[in-house]
Every structure is written in structure tokens, then in C-alpha cells.
Write a protein that binds this ligand. Structure first.
Ligand SMILES: Cc1cc2nc3c(=O)[nH]c(=O)nc-3n(C[C@H](O)[C@H](O)[C@H](O)COP(=O)(O)OP(=O)(O)OC[C@H]3O[C@@H](n4cnc5c(N)ncnc54)[C@H](O)[C@@H]3O)c2cc1C
Length: 460
């Protein structure tokens, strides 16, 4: 395994400084059963990971409403939460769960575990998806159950975690809310990076990870891969190459052998990691702040290449569950603001300070999160912009979540796990089927490894 960065993890990296510890990317672990399965297949257990189920999962807050919504898997508690916004919507919760469960089982569990190598694979799935209403937008699907605006937002924001615009991506992704309700939202002690370390150990037990080794060419011989070349010019022969790199960037490494048109790439993120000398009990372990004009914000970021006028934020503050993530009495807070990728004209050298200001304002304002005194309590701070996604992780146009998970960039239409154009080339990671998120990447790795084993078996 060749990794260009000095440490493993990619988007799931870690920052440790002055006693503060931050996961740089993912922070919610869902479908933990996939991790158990993976460790079992490798002949060990995930016991070394100390996992905690979070209840509630997160607190949703709004700038235009003083109420908050504690999202959880507890049915009674959820009925009560929805009921505080709309009694009629609460009466539709069980129907929403039933419909979402059917989509989850067919479109995520079953389809996520198999490759879409032929167009027939997708044709077979369409009637079922139409029947389940899974092809209209997530927003449309959610609105068919819930009328109240805040309730709709609470059940439709989930695709944002995989780079999808809830107003456009298919309702297949509405099942992400059900997935969390079904198997919970989890935290691993030490953060998601504890999981990265456990996985790196697994790979190291049967293989070798070479860190700080960037691949700059996939070598071909008569239309078939023959190995890779590193940026230092070292040539490593191989019968099969599996790329975990960005799918658009990987295409560039093939020197024209895969002329597929570049995908429409997902948004990027502005990430702020704040170490503070005091704690902010107003924050839950996970908090979402929905800004004014949320639809306008999403449209600006995903379609117009602009920063939204009023920030919608996601915050991770793990000290509530694991005090050791910050020095005694302090908080380690990661903040995510969705921003356009580098297809937009934004100049990040100029924009960074202004965007930081916008984020801190939303956190401190009484009508925002009300964290008064936040600025004065900051003792360390790191910022990631789309430039970091591009330069550190090799993400085309600094995208955060790979190709946007629209209908025409999902399943058969997504970069296939086994290349249709270059023999011996495979893909894993968020750019291939089924897509982004820790569960998506784990399911996709299973699909790809089966395809590789199938090919290797055919050589005998
Ligand atoms: C801010 C953020 C928050 C998120 N939150 C969540 C969450 O809470 N829960 C969740 O489930 N998902 C979340 N996601 C999504 C999830 O993190 C990603 O989908 C997943 O981590 C992507 O994994 P990957 O292996 O595809 O890509 P990466 O993690 O980027 O791995 C690709 C690796 O390839 C390396 N590489 C690239 N090009 C080369 C090359 N040429 N040579 C050598 N190495 C190369 C990179 O350095 C990198 O290490 C989040 C994503 C982001 C960005």
C-alpha cells in the first residue's frame, strides 16, 4: 500500500497539539457491524476499539428558532421531539421509518454490496426503486411525510455528510437517517483515528504500508496495468492496481487510457479546529446549526460556487464523551462549514479570514450557538480549506466527498469498482460504488476485493 502522506487515514486524519486531539474528517461512526465483519474476516476482533453508542446522536439547532431537536434512536423520545414542532408530523414518523427501512434494505444493504458492472444490473433495480419512491429527491421524499420546515430539515440533511445536496440527490440517500436510527451513531475512544490505527495494523500484519510515497503514473502494457511509478521514479511492477486515490486524479495518472468524462464533484469543506481553555456545555457531542435561508445556503454552495450568506455548521466536541481529548477544563471543537470546491472563483488566501469570522460569529451569536467568550478562550487553532484537500489528499478541485452522489453518478453510473476501460485496474474509496462515508467505503472495499479475487482465480 503506497500512501503519499506521512501517516495513514487520508480524510480521517488526526491533529494533536498542546494536549488537544481532533479527528480531521469523519467523526460519526455508523453501521459498526461492518467493522466487526471486517475484523472477523481478517481473523481478529474489533475488541481493541472501545466504542460508545451516543444517545442522542446530535442536537440540531436553528438560527431562526430557539427550539432544538435531539435526534436519537429512541422512538418515544423522537415522537416527543417531532411533536414539539408538529403533532401531525409526529403521527407520520412510523410511516417514514417503514418506507425508509425498505429503501435501506434494497438500496443500501443489498445494492451497496454488489458491483454494478453492467447496465442490466441497474435496469433490474429501477422498478423497485420507483415503487419505493427512492428516485425523487431526498427533500421531496421527506416532505411527503413531514410538513413542518424544521422537522423536514432534521430528516433530510444527512446526504450532506456524503457530499449530496438534499434538494437534488435521490431519496435512496434518505435511508441514511434510517441507517443511523437502526444501528446507532458511535464514537470510538481516541476518535475515528483509533479506527484508522487499528485498520493500519491489520494491513501491516499481512502487507506493507509505505508512507510518504506518492504514485504519479499507473503503468500500462497493451491496455492492461503493469505497475505504478512513484514520484521519485521508482517502478513497482504489479498484476493488479487498486486505486484509493481520487477517481478524477487517478484518471490523470493513466495518461489518456481512460477518456471517461470527469464527474461533477462534490462540495468542499472549510474546517476549523479550536482548542479552548474552557468548556462550552451548550454544545452536545455532535451539534448542527442550521442558518437562515438553509435552502439558499445549500444552493449557493453546491450550484453557484458561492459561500452561503448565513452559515450552516456541523460541530464535533468529543470532550463530553472522552475528557482526554483536551487538557483539563478545555474543549476540542471541530467545526465544518460546507463551501464550494475549487471550480468556483473564490480566492482562499483572501477568503479564509472572512470565512473564519463568519463561522465564529455564528458560534458566538445569541441567535446562533450562543458560545459567548469563545474567541477569547481559544488557545490553539488550525484551519483547513479546499486547498488542503487538493494539496494534501490529491482531491481534484479540492472536493471533500468525491463525485456528487446524484442519480447519474450512482451505482452503474459511478466510477466502477473494476475499470471498464483498463484491465487490472480497480477502485476503492468514496469515488467508486457505493460511495462516500465510512460505511460506503467499507462496503465498496468488500465489493472491490471480491472482484479482484475473482480475477486472480480466473488466472489459474
Ligand atoms: C470533513 C469531513 C467529515 C466527514 N464526516 C463523516 C462522518 O462523520 N461519518 C462518515 O461515515 N463519513 C464522513 N465523511 C466521509 C468520509 O470521511 C469519507 O468518505 C472517507 O473517509 C473517504 O475515504 P477514502 O479512502 O475514499 O479517501 P481518503 O481518506 O482521502 O483516502 C485516500 C488516500 O489516498 C492517498 N492518495 C491520493 N492520491 C495518492 C497518490 N497519487 N499516491 C499515493 N497516495 C495517494 C491520500 O493521501 C489518502 O490518504 C466526512 C468527510 C469529510 C471530508
Amino acid at each position: 500500500m503506497l500512501e503519499s502522506q506521512p501517516g495513514p487515514g487520508g480524510r480521517a486524519g488526526q491533529i494533536r497539539e498542546q494536549g488537544f486531539t481532533f479527528d480531521t474528517g469523519p467523526s460519526l461512526i455508523t453501521m459498526p457491524q461492518l467493522l466487526d465483519e471486517l475484523f472477523q474476516v481478517a481473523g481478529t476482533t474489533a475488541a481493541q476499539l472501545r466504542m460508545h453508542r451516543l444517545e442522542p446522536f446530535y442536537s440540531i439547532r436553528w438560527r431562526d428558532d430557539p427550539r432544538s431537536f435531539a435526534f436519537s434512536s429512541d422512538q418515544e423520545a423522537m415522537l416527543e421531539e417531532i411533536g414539539r414542532f408538529s403533532a401531525t408530523d409526529a403521527s407520520r414518523y412510523l410511516a417514514f421509518l417503514d418506507h425508509s427501512r425498505a429503501i435501506y434494505e434494497k438500496a443500501i444493504l443489498a445494492a451497496g454490496r454488489r458491483p454494478f458492472l453492467s447496465v442490466l444490473d441497474v435496469v433490474g433495480l429501477v422498478p423497485e426503486m420507483v415503487r419505493l419512491g427512492a428516485l425523487r429527491s431526498v427533500e421531496h421524499f421527506v416532505a411527503s411525510f413531514f410538513r413542518e420546515a424544521h422537522v423536514r430539515q432534521a430528516f433530510s440533511f444527512h446526504p450532506l455528510f456524503i457530499g449530496g445536496d438534499p434538494f437534488r440527490v435521490p431519496a435512496v440517500y434518505a435511508a441514511l437517517a434510517y441507517l443511523q436510527i437502526d444501528s446507532g451513531v458511535w464514537y470510538s475512544e481516541g476518535g475515528v483515528y483509533a479506527l484508522v490505527k487499528a485498520l493500519a495494523q491489520l494491513v501491516g500484519a499481512g502487507g506493507r504500508i509505505r508512507l510518504g510515497t506518492r504514485v504519479d503514473r499507473v503503468l500500462l502494457n497493451s491496455g492492461r496495468v503493469s505497475g505504478v511509478r512513484t514520484i521519485e521514479g521508482e517502478i513497482l511492477p504489479a498484476d493488479v492496481v487498486v486505486s484509493n486515490g481520487d477517481v478524477v486524479a487517478t484518471r490523470r495518472l493513466l495518461a489518456g487510457a481512460d477518456p471517461r468524462r470527469d464527474e461533477r464533484l462534490s462540495m468542499s469543506c472549510f474546517l476549523l479546529y479550536l482548542g479552548t481553555r474552557r468548556q462550552f456545555p451548550q454544545l452536545a457531542h455532535h451539534t448542527l446549526l442550521v442558518g437562515h435561508d438553509y435552502p439558499g445556503f445549500i444552493r449557493a454552495v453546491t450550484r453557484r460556487g458561492q459561500l452561503g450568506a448565513s452559515a450552516s455548521l456541523y460541530l464535533h466536541a468529543p470532550v463530553r464523551t472522552e475528557p482526554a481529548m483536551a487538557p483539563a477544563g478545555g474543549d476540542a471543537i471541530s467545526v465544518l462549514l460546507p463551501v464550494p470546491n475549487l471550480s468556483s472563483q473564490l480566492d482562499w488566501e483572501q477568503a479564509e479570514a472572512m470565512v473564519r469570522e463568519m463561522v465564529l460569529e455564528a458560534m458566538e451569536a445569541e441567535s446562533g450557538l450562543g458560545l459567548s467568550g469563545l474567541r477569547d478562550s481559544i488557545v490553539m487553532e488550525r484551519v483547513w480549506t479546499p486547498i488542503d484537500f487538493r494539496d494534501r489528499l490529491g482531491a481534484a478541485r479540492g472536493n471533500a466527498f468525491g463525485p456528487e452522489p446524484t442519480l447519474l453518478q450512482s451505482a452503474y453510473f459511478r466510477q466502477p469498482n473494476r475499470s471498464r476501460r483498463v484491465a487490472g485496474l480497480y477502485h476503492v474509496g468514496q469515488g467508486t460504488h457505493p460511495g462516500a462515508g465510512i460505511p460506503g467505503v467499507l462496503l465498496g472495499a468488500e465489493v472491490t476485493s471480491r472482484l479482484v479475487l475473482e480475477e486472480v482465480a480466473s488466472w489459474r
